[in-house]
Design a binder for this molecule. Structure first.
Ligand SMILES: C[S@@+](CC[C@H](N)C(=O)[O-])C[C@H]1O[C@@H](n2cnc3c(N)ncnc32)[C@H](O)[C@@H]1O
Length: 302
């Protein structure tokens, strides 16, 4: 599926490559997909591509990011034209095209958060990693070797995504708790919170660390409501574990997905495979896959 599924732009932590593995744990059909930590919405896009549902709720606390997704899906032509205008400006800077990134970044930080500016910053910044300083300003540096996604490549991808999601998607930029409150049985919630090690705080609006206890309680509430979910939650690389395990009392199953060779380890001259954890809510676990303690829990509940 990977080769054909469209994507808009690089985004650190994107689940695009892992999407085929993650979708294996989804039901074939369900009412609505809710992504409270959507990022660039790789899982919504892959789910729409596989026609598992016709209804999507895309949410991320980063408002300019959600505005970018909404523009791509609702107004693909306008986004591509605006992006081409911003992207082409860099060539009038000649050799000094890196300065153009700094200029766009400055106008973005001065309040011009138009989707085309956000898109250009993502397309040109180092590793597609959104970084904010203490005062809430976007402070990631440009990748000096690249010019950012060519508008022609972008055009095909953006129109393909609009085709998949237009008229089927609601957008919001809320804290994930508010989005989980909207979930009801029949929905599937896919959650990909920031890595536990990441404390990339912008300001109150762009709070990006999700405290572990609070997150576990939110899952407990989903269990009580009978809502199915999948959670990507940290993992292991080179035998080193990242992040705390979700509590057993949540009764979900943890599976490890192979995320390939880590680029960090390659830089250090090693070749460590990264594994990412996926927690699968109990009702989605095929019975033959259950651990003995999970089966006895079900028997006790019967
Ligand atoms: C690991 S990224 C998600 C990547 C996504 N799965 C993709 O494929 O692009 C985590 C996202 O959570 C968002 N986020 C952080 N704290 C949040 C919160 N409290 N509520 C909602 N979203 C939050 C961040 O802005 C970030 O985009």
């Amino acid at each position: 599926m990977n080769g054909k599924v469209p994507h808009i732009v690089q985004y650190q932590g994107s689940k695009r490559i892992l999407a085929p593995q993650i979708l294996q744990y989804m039901p074939q059909k369900f009412n609505r997909l809710i992504e409270p930590f959507s990022g660039m919405a790789a899982i919504s896009i892959a789910t729409a591509y596989e026609k598992r549902t016709d209804s999507f709720l895309i949410n991320d606390i980063n408002k300019p990011l959600v505005n970018l997704l909404e523009e791509a899906i609702e107004n693909p032509k306008r986004l591509v034209e605006d992006y081409a205008t911003v992207w082409n400006e860099q060539f009038s800077y000649g050799e000094n095209h890196v300065q153009h990134f700094y200029d766009v970044r400055e106008r973005f930080n001065d309040g011009d958060e138009r989707p085309a500016n956000m898109l250009y910053l993502l397309a040109r910044c180092v590793k597609g990693a959104v970084r904010y300083g203490k005062t809430g300003n976007f402070n990631q540096s440009p990748d000096k070797r690249r010019h950012g996604t060519n508008p022609k490549t972008l055009e095909q991808n953006v129109h393909a995504i609009a085709y998949l999601l237009k008229g089927k998607t609601r957008f919001s930029a809320l804290d994930y708790h508010e989005v989980l409150d909207m979930a009801s049985p029949g929905d599937l919630v896919y959650m990909d919170p920031p890595y536990q090690g990441v404390t990339n705080v912008r300001d109150n609006r762009y709070f990006a660390g999700v405290p572990f206890e609070e997150f576990s309680q939110a899952i407990e509430t989903l269990n009580r409501k009978g809502v199915d979910y999948l959670i990507s939650y940290d993992g292991t690389c080179g035998g080193k574990e990242y992040g705390e395990e979700l509590p057993e009392s949540l009764h979900c199953k943890k599976v490890m997905l192979n995320a390939g060779v880590s680029s960090q380890s390659l830089l250090l001259g090693k070749k460590s495979i990264t594994f990412e954890a996926l927690y699968v809510s109990e009702a989605l676990i095929p019975v033959y896959n259950m651990l003995p303690q999970q089966l006895s829990f079900l028997e006790a509940m019967a």
